[in-house]
Design a protein around this ligand. Structure first.
Ligand code: SF4
Length: 363
């Protein structure tokens, strides 16, 4: 059964990290050395140039557009000449067609008409804004140094200039509660960004957050709370037509080194935990609609979703077998079956759903 994928493939992003470059101050949770695996001292234009040449020497093109991304700092907070030099390095790859566009990440209060014109005229198509929260109190306690209004104005300016807009959000910042997180998600939906990235807050070594944690003034989310909040956000945003292109930070060797992540819901495959929770719910909803007891049931699924369906150490299969008592659960991974869908076949009956069919509530 061929079904439409409501969220077509995103571009292939080749990231170049510029830790802290352009940042006016340090946010209390941020340790870019651990998050990116690089220190500012390692970043020079020469290394950026070499990184790009290496990418294109080794990467295999597919049918997705390719974007070079400058992440890890505040791109538009850098001196204009520095921004220009970095953007001009991508020009040969734009000209020969290897790169379709550039994306950058920046703060919402470092965006104005002039800076956007400069980006636009040098091939930048997408601007990702570090919003982190859309609740004033949470921004204040995280010492972000910008307001919710700054995020709204930045998104409006970007839209007017024709950029694609990405929003970065965090769950579990100081002062954040399930209710304020829900407000952040609702305000995000009102803003209608093109994409969202979502990270549960981790306590990194050498941050103000580490001191607050040590003094008992900050409690991080547990892993299961972080999964629940992320599951809620993913379902709610996708239902509103907003793709969530990343959940959880990309794991670096520094993050896995002892002592670098002091506390918080760190898991090297965090997104898989969220997707597994969602597949468990989908399979439960479909199985509840039939009488699977004592029968062999078959799920049709994309091969790329199979391991998320099974869950860590087959947890989901064990849970479903225990709860619904089928004789056996068969998984039929079909290459042409789109991601995010699940079809249950049981005798003559077939029922299907996409994950956006689930009810996005916080339990
Ligand atoms: S603006 Fe971004 S990169 Fe800079 S310190 Fe804050 S979180 Fe880190």
């Amino acid at each position: 059964m061929k079904r439409a994928d409501p969220f077509p493939a995103t571009p292939r992003i080749l990231p170049i990290f510029l830790p802290y470059l352009g940042c006016r101050q340090r946010c209390i949770f941020c340790n870019e050395k651990i998050a990116t695996g690089l220190s500012t001292a390692e970043i020079s234009e020469e290394t950026v140039q070499k990184t790009m040449v290496l990418y294109f020497a080794h990467f295999k093109p597919d049918d997705r557009p390719v974007q070079i991304a400058f992440y890890g700092g505040t791109f538009t907070g850098m001196a204009e000449e520095k921004q220009l030099r970095l953007l001009q390095m991508v020009r040969p790859f734009l000209r020969n067609g290897q790169v379709d566009g550039i994306r950058i990440s920046t703060r919402p209060d470092e965006i104005d008409e002039n800076r956007l014109d400069l980006l636009r005229s040098h091939g930048v198509k997408t601007v990702e804004i570090g919003a982190q929260s859309l609740v004033e109190e949470v921004l204040h306690r995280s010492r972000r140094g910008h307001t919710v209004e700054d995020v709204f104005s930045a998104v409006e300016r970007l839209r007017r200039k024709g950029f694609e807009v990405g929003l970065h959000l965090m769950a579990g910042l100081p002062g954040d509660t399930p209710q304020s997180f829900v407000s952040t998600i609702e305000r995000t939906i009102a803003l209608q960004p093109d994409t969202v990235r979502l990270h549960p807050t981790l306590v990194f070594r050498d941050t103000v957050l580490e001191s607050l944690y040590a003094e008992g003034r900050y409690s991080p989310l547990s892993l299961s709370e972080a999964v629940q909040l992320s599951r809620y956000a993913l379902l709610r945003l996708e239902k509103a037509g907003i793709p969530v292109i990343r959940i959880g930070l990309q794991t670096t060797p520094e993050m896995e080194a002892p002592g670098n992540v002091v506390a918080g819901p760190f898991h090297p495959a965090f997104r898989s935990l969220v997707d597994a929770a969602i597949f468990r719910e989908m399979a439960s909803a479909l199985l509840s609609a039939i009488s699977p007891e004592g029968r062999t049931v078959t799920f049709l699924i994309s091969p790329r979703d199979l391991s998320d369906f099974r869950g860590q150490k087959n947890e989901n299969l064990d849970f479903l077998t225990e709860r619904f008592r089928p004789e056996a659960i068969r998984l039929d991974g079909r290459p042409d079956y789109p991601r995010g869908w699940l079809t249950l076949q049981n005798g003559g009956r077939t029922v299907s759903m996409h994950r956006t069919g689930l009810h996005p509530v916080l339990s």
